[in-house]
Design a protein around this ligand. Structure first.
Ligand code: HEC
Length: 174
């Protein structure tokens, strides 16, 4: 297959939830380290979200069961302790189950607003000392009816609209 820019973009779009826009793809081409960080976010996002859905499908039967969201917050905290990346489960409805998941002032609030406006992913590059990080947020829609068992407020949300987000802070490795 001849790899033209159109083919590359086509591939990016099929990768899934965190696909880059044409504009972002063009910018990233001039900074391969940023594109690698974006790829890492797309991979993590697919792994985390697929696992959450699998666990909810097969292990969560009543509202007394341990929610996948709670289990994954424990995983996120372990991953952060090991120094890989930071990741947060965020609310986008204004009525979180747990206030800890309310988006914080700054990047999180801005990113969630972008997702509510219909974007699948929003990211920014930040610098701390001599290190660069990619901050990214990806939308969580109501993916299955079971979510409503515990989150009653998801009942009237239109299909496909974001009710939450996963927020990432991933190092950009030059
Ligand atoms: C068994 C009950 C239960 C089910 C089923 C469930 N959740 Fe949750 N969810 C929770 C609880 C409890 C929290 C708070 C976890 C915490 O912060 O410790 C939570 C947190 C969240 C959050 C973070 C915002 C907030 O409300 O605190 C999102 C987003 C979320 N869940 C989405 C989903 C989605 C999407 C589904 C369906 C795939 C789902 N949940 C299924 C119980 C559930």
């Amino acid at each position: 297959m001849k790899v033209t820019p159109t083919v590359v973009l086509g591939l990016l779009f099929t990768i899934g939830t965190a696909s880059a826009s044409a504009e972002e793809a063009r910018k990233a081409q001039s900074d391969p380290a940023v594109e690698r960080a974006r790829r890492e976010v797309r991979m993590l996002d697919d792994i985390y979200k697929t696992s959450i859905v699998l666990i909810t499908t097969h292990y969560v039967h009543t509202d007394d069961d341990l929610p996948a969201g709670t289990a994954f917050k424990a995983l996120f905290s372990a991953v952060k302790k090991k120094g890989w990346h930071e990741v947060r489960l965020l609310d986008a409805t204004g009525e979180p189950y747990n206030d800890e998941n309310t988006p914080q002032q700054g990047f999180e609030k801005k990113a969630v607003q972008q997702l509510l406006n219909g974007r699948a992913v929003y990211d920014e590059i930040v610098t701390a000392g001599d290190k660069r990080y990619l901050l990214a947020a990806t939308a969580i829609p109501v993916v299955m009816d079971k979510c409503v068992m515990c989150h009653e407020n998801y009942k009237d949300v239109p299909k496909g609209k974001a009710i939450g987000a996963i927020g990432y802070k991933v190092p950009i490795l030059d």
